[in-house]
Design a protein. Structure first.
Ligand SMILES: [Zn+2]
Length: 313
């Protein structure tokens, strides 16, 4: 029997963007781990025979030393998406002109580096606004993938800031990081925006329960108990089957990197584990997901979904 089609995407967040969001000044020299991460990721996807979507940050695409690496992702058959230029997760605070510059600059840099014209966008930190949709539509994009329809985003934000060294102003800018409570009211699978010629592909949360099950979340649970994380994923898969939901699943670099791979990021949750430990457990979750679904790119998933439901902002 054919497995249902679903999508898998990697947000190619670099070391500097993690340092920046955490308020660590070292980000300004743009430290990078892409030369380690990208080949490892490509090998893993090839071993699983997967073609996925990689959302690339424009600043990384603009740096000559990353060109070959990023072009290699496209040449391996993966879809390239736009993940903004500066990876600032408060796009909702940008002026219209500032937002247009941010997304257009990323579009151009990513196109030049990878040789592919992007049609999909994911805002950093799930940041999202009506203006974003207007800019994407004018750039000829076909889908946005920035929403996480959960109530747990604000809780994740609280957890994330606990260890951060941020001023009041910096906290205020990050106030919508990981989404807002309104996200829970949005659908959990692909739909059309009524006001824009664009489709939305949410990062799927567990149907009915609406808690996340992207890989970072499963790893966080596994840090408490691997059995609990496995059971939780079983619930997610059963709820998807019961509701006919074909999920869009998100992965992050730190799902595959441990404290030994990126010592500068040791302060991040989960970085007390080695890279080998993380890759073993992430690989196990990916095996379970790929047993249940036939994963493809976000673009192919949106096109195959042919969503008829329209949503007004
Ligand atoms: Zn990101």
């Amino acid at each position: 029997m054919n497995k249902p089609l679903a999508s898998l995407s990697l947000d190619l967040d670099n070391a500097w963007s993690y340092l920046q969001i955490h308020g660590n000044e070292e980000w300004q020299s743009y430290p990078s781990y892409l030369d380690q991460l990208v080949p490892m990721f490509l090998d893993d996807m090839a071993a699983r025979n997967l073609k996925v979507t990689v959302f690339v940050v424009g600043k990384d695409a603009s740096l000559p030393q990353n060109r070959d690496l990023l072009r290699g992702i496209a040449e391996s058959g993966h879809e390239i998406g736009n993940h903004s230029f500066n990876h600032l997760p408060w796009l909702d605070r940008f002026t219209a002109a500032g937002l247009r510059a941010e997304l257009t600059e990323a579009h151009d840099a990513i196109g030049t580096a990878t040789g592919s014209s992007t049609v999909g966008f994911r805002g950093p930190g799930f940041s999202f606004s009506a203006e974003t949709l207007s800019v994407l539509a004018s750039l000829g994009y076909t889908y946005d993938a920035s929403t996480l329809p959960t109530f747990i985003g604000p809780l994740a934000r609280a957890y994330y800031f606990r260890s951060g060294d941020l001023s009041e102003e910096e906290r205020e800018l990050r106030s919508k990081l990981f989404g807002s409570f309104t996200d829970i009211r949005r659908p959990n699978t692909a739909y059309r925006w009524a006001t824009h010629d664009l489709m939305e592909l949410p990062v799927t949360t567990i149907p009915l329960i609406r808690t996340p099950f992207h890989l970072s979340y499963l790893l966080w649970l596994a840090g408490i108990s691997e059995k609990l994380a496995d059971l939780y994923l079983s619930v997610a898969l059963a709820a998807c089957r019961a509701t006919g939901t074909t999920p869009s699943v998100l992965i992050h670099p730190l799902d595959f990197f441990g404290g030994d791979d990126a010592p500068d990021l040791a302060f991040f949750p989960g970085m007390e584990h080695s890279g080998a430990e993380k890759r073993a457990i992430s690989g196990h979750f990916l095996d379970r997901l790929t047993d249940a679904f036939d994963f493809t790119t976000c673009r192919a998933h949106v096109e195959a979904s042919k969503p008829s439901r329209t949503v007004t902002l």
